[in-house]
Design a protein around this ligand. Structure first.
Ligand code: DER
Length: 235
């Protein structure tokens, strides 16, 4: 079983939660991609009908459009039945890090507006504490004086050995720009940042910050596909 097989297994399991007539948040990334494909397949086979998809990125919008999934948005559907999306990290309390694909703002808006948020991961995403994988916790910031904001973010977590790095397009010095025209600063921690709610509040208090990639107390179900099988974790 390759890692992509595990992603597909988790995604197909999540799509079992989709009922005909639902408004479904469509996630972004290599795992969520399989869920979007599966929903389209079941619509084609007539096993699902009347589904409306609300995409969490232009990337997912294009994928779903090409597959013929009827699409809408939060303005028309302020409350969704279900959202399915991947994650970069999952801690034991089902708190998440998301956003390494750069879509965290629209993901958090859509997934914050749904009754049920089903997260799909392969087992490599499970961590003891957020930031624990040594990979980034993304923060979406306005481009104006981004150095100032990046350094304020770094100072917030000085005692956790934080470094802040502007995300650039791979192999270039050009800043990555999100679907919303903003930049992303990736925060790297050497130690556990402890109280996640306090960390979230401190980040969001900085005027230059738009949103961060810690999804606290948002997932209702996490489906973990591993070599030994699939585990369904409920809040
Ligand atoms: O960038 C994102 O928020 C993605 O959903 C990410 O959290 C998971 O992407 P992956 O399924 O490609 O690992």
């Amino acid at each position: 079983l390759t890692q992509d097989d595990l992603k597909r297994i988790a995604a197909y399991k999540a799509v079992e939660y989709v009922r005909s007539g639902m408004v479904v948040g469509l996630g972004t990334g290599s795992t969520a991609r399989h869920a979007v494909d599966r929903i389209a397949e079941l619509l084609r086979r007539g096993e699902l009908s009347g589904i409306v998809g609300v995409p969490t990125s232009t990337q997912t919008h294009e994928q779903a459009l090409a597959l013929g999934i009827p699409l809408s948005d939060l303005d028309s559907h302020p409350s969704l039945d279900l959202a399915i999306d991947g994650a970069d990290e999952v801690d034991p309390h089902l708190n998440l890090v998301k956003g390494r694909g750069g879509s965290l703002l629209r993901e958090k808006m859509v997934e914050g507006a749904c009754k049920k948020f089903v997260v799909i991961v392969d087992e490599s995403k499970l961590v003891k504490y957020l930031g624990g994988s040594g990979l980034a916790v993304p923060v979406e910031i306005v481009p104006f004086c981004w150095k100032f904001t990046a350094d304020r973010l770094r100072q917030l977590f000085e005692d956790a050995g934080c470094t802040a790095k502007l995300r650039t397009f791979p192999g270039t010095e050009n800043p990555f720009v999100t679907d919303n025209g903003n930049y992303i600063v990736d925060l790297y921690f050497q130690k556990d940042i402890g109280d996640l709610k306090a960390a979230s509040d401190a980040i969001l208090r900085l005027a230059g910050v738009v949103e961060h990639g810690m999804f606290l107390d948002m997932a209702t179900t996490v489906i973990v596909a591993g070599k030994l099988g699939v585990e369904v974790l409920n809040k």
